[in-house]
Design a protein around this ligand. Structure first.
Ligand SMILES: Cc1cc2nc3c(=O)[nH]c(=O)nc-3n(C[C@H](O)[C@H](O)[C@H](O)COP(=O)(O)OP(=O)(O)OC[C@H]3O[C@@H](n4cnc5c(N)ncnc54)[C@H](O)[C@@H]3O)c2cc1C
Length: 490
């Protein structure tokens, strides 16, 4: 067997999180091997956030044009999917080609190894016949894949996941969406606004079930207004495809459509990662990490894989912590080696001393930031947008917190009233009455995701309610509704 090749760090999976770690460590002068089996950049740029938000931008433009009537004259709207598909192909994904991202990583000094990586004992990663040994450690950023439920018949049908939905060039006439979570609702609304007859089937008793019930109601009403049929509390039992159309049966009902999109959650595939070779259990849904993203000694994990929230901003946030931690470790090793006159121990770091010292994100081991998810923001980019941070009212009550709730409808704010059509939304605040701070908030409206930022600061920094009540909110903004919701806290 070939001798393992010694490098500083191996990053397995170059999605949002892994790519950030690999690039920044390479830039700092460490010798970094990045292993990727598909496209450098992962799900977000090719089949996730970016193309889906391009679709949403286009669909919202149609919706706004349809709102001209009664506000500013009349408008005739003729939807056309071709420019959307072209933009996704040419601007977002380079026709699903990662050359630019791969060259960027290599240009920063990284070494890209194409293939599937798996652990092969402590600090070792195998990719086909190649084995790498990582001086400082291995970072896993292998993400998740769609979790497809074991519904009778489903596996034998040509159902869509988010990949086919994003890659679609010609829209079907009708679409069944199995799953009423954030991704399902975003895509359902887009396709409906382009004229597809969309039916959403959700097993739970409301769509967007992880958010506040009021948010679910607004989202469902908005989609219904766009012509989407929504069926909640329906557990799919059987799926058939007759060569042309899908039939889905469940809850005594039957639904048919040209296409079926399955968006029922995502799953990490831990059994492929060789975790057993370092004594870890692969039979878990996610890979648990501590607050410095350590899985175990010399192994870190970032992104969806950790189960801390399937968002690009979580992957990036975690990546920042891992980068600081590894650079601190490398600096300590270098200092130790310099002191003992054996500086070649970090020879792989290519004379890293100057780069490591200059790297702004690094700190000593004592100052590496710790992950804190109290103020985790999440936005469902339906129209209206549904932004949320921290705990929902129910989550707070389940934790035994002395909860106060404040609520205001956007339509009763000056800006909401001016906005008129499309002003559905609200602000809901969840406060810890004993601490006098917000611990959660939901912001729904035309700019719900943007308004959320003020609430994220309030939760993150535990800004006292007394201060929030006595600051100045610009008139007439949507975010001024926060002041009204604060006034309603009881
Ligand atoms: C339709 C959709 C819309 C979304 N919209 C948003 C949004 O608006 N905002 C937001 O914050 N998030 C959004 N997300 C979520 C976001 O895409 C993910 O949170 C993010 O991509 C996670 O990054 P990651 O680095 O954990 O993993 P991924 O992006 O999944 O990347 C993992 C990479 O690892 C590679 N890999 C896996 N196993 C191996 C192996 N053994 N060896 C080598 N390589 C391997 C994969 O090929 C992949 O490239 C959306 C997701 C979807 C599906």
């Amino acid at each position: 067997m070939a001798e393992p090749e010694l490098v500083d760090v191996v990053v397995v999976g170059l999605g949002v999180g892994g790519e950030e770690v690999a690039e920044r460590l390479a830039e700092a002068g460490l010798s970094v091997v990045g292993v990727e089996r598909d496209l450098v950049g992962g799900e977000c740029p090719y089949w996730g956030c970016i193309p889906s938000k391009m679709m949403i931008r286009a669909a919202n433009a149609l919706a706004e044009a349809r709102r001209v009537d009664g506000l500013a004259g009349t408008a005739q709207v003729q939807p056309d999917w071709a420019p959307v598909a072209k933009r996704i192909r040419e601007e977002a994904t380079d026709t699903w080609d990662d050359t630019v991202a791969a060259e960027r990583f290599i240009g920063k000094g990284g070494r890209l190894v194409r293939g599937s990586g798996r652990l092969d004992g402590p600090r070792r990663v195998r990719v086909g016949d190649q084995v790498f040994e990582a001086r400082y450690g291995v970072v896993l950023g292998t993400g998740t894949r769609p979790s497809v439920p074991p519904i009778d018949g489903l596996a034998d049908t040509p159902y869509w996941t988010n990949h086919q939905a994003i890659e679609v060039e010609e829209l079907p006439e009708s679409l069944l969406v199995l799953g009423g979570g954030a991704i399902g609702l975003e895509l359902a609304q887009v396709f409906a606004r382009f004229g597809v007859r969309v039916t959403v089937v959700e097993a739970l008793d409301r769509v967007l079930a992880i958010e506040e019930p009021e948010a679910s109601e607004v989202a469902a009403a908005a989609l219904r207004a766009d012509g989407v049929e929504i069926h909640t509390g329906v557990r799919a039992e059987r799926v058939e495809h007759d060569g042309t159309r899908f039939t889905l049966r469940g809850g005594g009902a039957e639904f048919t459509a040209d296409r079926l999109l399955v968006v029922t959650g995502r799953k990490a595939h831990l059994t492929e990662l060789g975790l057993d070779t370092i004594g870890l259990d692969a039979n878990q849904r996610y890979l648990p990490v501590d607050d410095r993203l350590h899985v175990t000694d010399h192994v870190w994990a970032v992104g969806d894989l950790t189960g801390e929230g399937a968002f690009t901003h979580i992957a990036m946030y975690q990546a920042g912590i891992v980068i600081a931690d590894i650079l601190a470790t490398a600096r300590q090793a270098k200092a130790g080696a310099d002191a003992s006159g054996t500086s070649s121990v970090v020879g792989g770091a290519m004379g890293a001393s100057s780069s490591l010292a200059a790297s702004g994100s690094s700190g000593s081991a004592g100052t590496v930031p710790r992950a804190d998810y109290r103020a985790l923001p999440r936005v469902t980019f339906t129209d209206p947008e549904i932004g949320a941070v921290g705990l929902t009212e129910q989550q707070a009550r389940e934790r035994g917190i002395n909860v106060q709730v404040g609520f205001t409808k956007l339509g009763s704010s000056t800006r909401g009233w001016i906005h008129r059509v499309g002003d559905d939304g609200f602000i809901k605040l969840v406060a810890d009455a004993d601490q006098g701070v917000l611990i959660g908030a939901t912001s729904v409206g035309p700019a719900g995701g943007e308004v959320l930022s003020a609430l994220v600061v309030a939760v993150h920094a535990a800004v006292p309610l007394s201060q929030l009540r006595h600051m100045i909110y610009a008139y007439p903004t949507f975010h001024r509704a926060i002041e009204s919701a604060l006034g309603d806290l009881s």
